[in-house]
Design a protein around this ligand. Structure first.
Ligand code: ADP
Ligand code: MG
Length: 325
């Protein structure tokens, strides 16, 4: 039978907006000594905005057209980064929907990488790819390998765009905590757009309170390591506890790795990508404003969306466990 103290705690948690699915989950909370936090939508607000458009090559003369074409490619994506780009493009052109400016077909989302699509703009069809360096590397973009040191070969093939400058720009944007996104149009690198998402107001405080309770916070993200570390430092997560560049299907493996090191792991996430990791963790917390898939995979739902709910849940169970002992 469920100890009365646990039942009482479950009710108390619910009044604080922490919905616990089972007594077992609440009991496990009392043993948690590592908390893994997804970055986008969990530590940050999950409402990114477009901050920069850096056109390359021929697009220097047409920065607004570049943004329109990129937004058209992203129009059917469910990713928060895409929403930021689409909203900014519509606002800039003063239209309700980017579909009024360009038509999109053959849309394809590649999890953890980006999107590809065909975009017809002013009657001309274009092949468009928008995403991270992995996506661009995978495609036949006129740029051999931007992650390795082949700048001489590269600068020949990408004409007037200097590869070193592109890499430097991306690094600088990342250091500012922004996510740089590459756009390729018709097989040529066409620009960098950057999107930024700020931490939730109380993320830093929650992470500090966790540390005071002897619980280490770890950031787990598909975003690039530089951006991830910049956000981590804003919320007080040690850079040694940043696990970045993780493909969606590998997130659960990172949880298992911590478990094999002897940790009892809580995972907090909001996205479809986070569902396997939430299920793998000893106790999974879904952000209440996140996707249904994440909520269904979790043991606990944080209704308010704040990480302070997690601190409350751990405090309640520590108290409940003391009552049982
Ligand atoms: P997170 O762990 O932050 O939720 P994801 O695994 O969803 O991140 O994505 C990882 C990375 O893949 C993003 O930081 C971005 O660089 C790229 N990416 C994914 N989807 C898109 C998209 N629709 N447009 C542009 N880039 C994308
Ligand atoms: Mg997320």
């Amino acid at each position: 039978a469920t100890p009365l103290s646990v039942t009482v705690s479950t009710g108390r948690a619910a009044r604080m907006g922490v919905l616990v699915r089972s007594a077992e989950a609440l009991e496990t909370c009392g043993k948690v000594n590592a908390v893994v936090l997804d970055k986008t939508g969990t530590i940050t607000a999950g409402k990114p905005t477009l901050t920069d458009v850096l056109p390359l090559g021929v697009w220097h003369r047409r920065p607004d057209d570049l943004l329109t074409i990129v937004a058209a490619a992203e129009r059917d994506s469910e990713h928060p980064l895409a929403a930021a780009i689409v909203a900014a493009a519509a606002e800039k052109a003063d239209v309700a929907d980017v579909a009024e400016l360009a038509q999109t077909t053959d849309f394809q989302a590649i999890a953890g990488r980006g999107v590809t699509a065909r975009v017809t703009f002013r009657g001309l069809p274009h092949t468009v790819a928008v995403g991270n360096t992995d996506l661009i590397d995978d495609l036949d973009v006129d740029m051999p390998d931007i992650t390795s040191d082949t700048s001489e070969i590269a600068s020949e093939t990408i004409h007037d765009t200097n590869l070193d400058a592109i890499i430097a720009d991306m690094e600088l944007l990342s250091q500012q905590g922004k996510t740089p996104i590459l756009a390729a149009i018709d097989g040529h690198l066409a620009g960098i757009v950057a999107v930024a998402d700020v931490p939730k107001a109380d993320s830093r405080q929650a992470i500090e309170l966790l540390r005071k309770r002897g619980v280490e916070a770890v950031m787990l993200t598909g975003d690039n390591p530089t951006t991830a570390r910049a956000i981590a430092s804003q919320v007080g997560i040690d850079e040694r506890h940043v696990i970045a560049g993780v493909r969606p299907e590998r997130k659960a493996d990172e949880i298992a790795k911590l478990q094999s090191q002897g940790y009892t792991v809580a995972m907090v996430g909001d996205g479809i990508n986070d569902a396997p990791a939430l299920a793998r963790a000893d106790v999974g917390f879904a952000i209440g404003t996140g996707t249904d898939v994440a909520i269904q995979s979790a043991d606990v739902t944080l209704m308010g969306g704040s990480l302070m709910g997690l601190v409350h849940a751990l405090d309640l169970t520590h108290a409940a466990m003391r009552n049982i002992a």
